[in-house]
Design a protein around this ligand. Structure first.
Ligand SMILES: Cc1cc2nc3c(=O)[nH]c(=O)nc-3n(C[C@H](O)[C@H](O)[C@H](O)COP(=O)(O)OP(=O)(O)OC[C@H]3O[C@@H](n4cnc5c(N)ncnc54)[C@H](O)[C@@H]3O)c2cc1C
Length: 391
C-alpha cells in the first residue's frame, strides 16, 4: 500500500501528528501493534487524563539538550490544546499546580483525537506488527503483519519503555539505531522508590501514610505529598524527584516544610514543659510515622527533660531526613522513560532527523521527559503538532 505518511504509534503524539497531516490533505496511515489506540491516554491521570498544565516552560522538562523542547512547546502551546478540548465541549478542571484534568474520563480526550482522525480520513490500523523498516531510495518501505507499506514520511511515535503491559516496546530506539541515530541512556522516571531491607522493615506499618513534604536531590526540590506503600515510597513528590535521582545517593526529605521546628519545640518547652515529645510531634505529623522515627523512651520524655541538642537532632531527623533508596520500581510502574532518541540528531522545529530525510521522532521516544503534571502529554501534543505541519 502506498501513502504519503506512515506514523507508528496510535497514541498521544502519533494521533496529534496524524490529525495535523490529515488537515493538510496528506494521506496518513497510523500503525500500532496494540489492539486498541491510546491505551496510555486511557490510564493516565488516574483515568481522568492530566492533559496539560497552565504553566509550561522548558524548565519543566529533562533532556540532554534542555533548549530542544522550546520551539515545539512555543508553536503548539497548552492554550492551543485547551482550545481543542473546548471545541469538543469536554468538561475539565484545574487541580493543584495548574494541572488540568477531564471532569469525567480520559476517554473524552481519546475520543476527541479519534473523531478528528476520522474527520481528516486518517487510516488507523491496529494489531499490526512491524517486521522490517527499510529505505532503499527516497521512500520508506515497511514489512508488517498487515502487508507492505510505502510512504514518503515515516514518523516514529512509539513511546518509551514504561508499562510493558500497555504495549510499550523499544521499537523507536531500534529504528533510531538502525538509521544511525544516537540514543541517550534510558531509565524509568516518575517512578516509586524501593527501600533498603532495614528501611522496608522499619516502615512496613506505615502503608497508606501520606505527608506533605519537600523532597530534594542536589539542587532540585519538589513540595508535594510523599506516600508510604507496602513496596516503598511513592506520592507525587517522590515520583518527581525520581527523575533526578542518581542510584546510590540520598534524597533529602523535609517532613515539616512550613515549620521552624527548633523554635517551635523551644516555644512548646517554655509554655508546656510537661508535655511529652510524642504529644507535640503528634500534632504536627501522623502519629504512626512519629512512632517509627523515634525511640519510645524519647517520645515519652517531657519536653522539660530534653536538651537543645536533642531538639536539634529531632529537627534534623524530621526536616533533613536523608534516605538512600534501594532503587526504583522500574518500568513496570514508571509513568515515563527518561532519555531516548538524542535531540541533537533532530530538528527542534520539525522533529525531522538530521541524518535521514523524511524520518521523524515525536513524543516520549525522544529524549525529552516532563515533570508529573500534564507536561508529558503537552510534549506529545506539541511535538506531534509540529511534525504534522511538515510530514
Ligand atoms: C500510568 C500512567 C499515567 C500517566 N498519566 C499522565 C498524565 O496524567 N499526564 C501526562 O502528561 N502524562 C501522563 N503519563 C505519561 C504519558 O502517558 C506519556 O508520556 C504519553 O502517553 C506519551 O505519548 P506517546 O504518544 O509518545 O507514547 P505512548 O502513549 O506510549 O504511545 C505509543 C504507542 O506506540 C505503540 N507501539 C509501541 N511499540 C510499538 C511497536 N513495536 N509497533 C507498533 N506500535 C508500537 C503503542 O502500542 C502505543 O499505542 C502517564 C503514563 C502512565 C504510564
Amino acid at each position: 500500500m502506498e501513502t504519503d505518511v506512515i506514523i507508528i504509534g496510535a497514541s498521544a503524539a502519533g494521533l496529534m501528528c496524524a490529525i495535523e497531516a490529515g488537515k493538510r490533505g496528506r494521506r496518513v496511515i497510523v500503525l500500532d501493534h496494540a489492539n486498541k489506540p491510546g491505551k496510555k491516554i486511557l490510564m493516565s491521570g488516574g483515568g481522568r487524563c492530566n492533559f496539560t498544565n497552565y504553566q509550561i516552560s522548558a524548565d519543566n522538562f529533562l533532556s540532554h539538550n534542555p533548549h530542544f523542547c522550546k520551539s515545539a512547546l512555543s508553536r503548539y502551546t497548552q492554550w492551543d490544546f485547551i482550545a481543542l478540548v473546548d471545541r469538543h465541549h469536554i468538561p475539565w478542571h484545574e487541580k493543584a499546580h495548574g494541572q488540568l484534568f477531564c471532569d469525567h474520563s480520559a476517554r473524552d480526550i481519546l475520543n476527541m483525537l479519534l473523531e478528528e482522525c476520522r474527520q481528516y480520513q486518517v487510516d488507523i490500523q491496529l494489531n499490526c506488527t512491524i517486521e522490517r523498516v527499510e529505505k532503499p531510495d527516497a521512500r520508506f518501505e515497511l514489512t508488517t503483519s498487515r502487508g507492505g507499506f510505502q510512504a514518503d514520511s515515516l514518523v516514529i511515535a512509539s513511546g518509551g519503555l514504561s508499562i510493558p503491559k500497555m504495549c510499550a516496546s523499544p521499537f523507536g530506539y531500534r529504528i533510531a539505531q538502525q538509521f544511525g541515530h544516537p540514543i541517550q541512556p534510558t531509565r524509568a522516571a516518575l517512578v516509586p522508590f524501593t527501600l533498603q531491607p532495614q528501611d522496608k522493615a522499619r516502615f512496613a506499618d506505615l502503608t497508606g501514610v501520606s505527608v506533605d513534604s519537600r523532597v530534594s536531590f542536589h539542587n532540585t526540590a519538589f513540595r508535594e505529598n510523599i506516600l508510604f506503600t507496602h513496596r516503598g515510597l511513592s506520592g507525587p513528590a517522590i515520583l518527581q524527584i525520581s527523575s533526578y535521582w542518581q542510584a546510590g545517593e540520598p534524597i533529602t526529605i523535609n517532613l515539616l516544610p512550613d515549620q521552624d521546628l527548633l523554635t517551635c519545640l523551644a516555644e512548646q518547652q517554655r509554655q508546656h514543659p510537661q508535655s511529652k515529645l510524642k504529644t507535640v510531634l503528634g500534632q504536627l505529623l501522623p502519629k504512626r510515622l512519629v512512632a517509627v522515627l523515634f525511640e519510645p523512651a524519647l517520645l515519652d520524655s517531657p519536653l522539660q527533660h530534653l536538651s537543645r541538642h536533642q531538639f536539634q537532632e529531632i529537627s534534623e531527623q524530621l526536616q533533613h531526613w536523608q534516605l538512600i533508596p534501594a532503587g526504583t520500581e522500574g518500568y513496570r510502574t514508571a509513568e515515563v522513560t527518561l532519555g531516548g532518541v538524542d535531540c541533537d540528531a533532530l530538528s527542534s522545529r520539525t522533529m525531522e532527523s538530521r541524518h535521514v530525510p523524511g524520518l521523524y521522532f515525536i513524543g516520549e521516544v525522544v529524549d525529552v521527559t516532563g515533570w508529573l503534571g500534564g507536561y508529558n502529554f503537552q510534549w506529545a501534543w506539541s511535538s506531534g503538532w509540529v511534525a504534522g505541519q511538515v510530514v
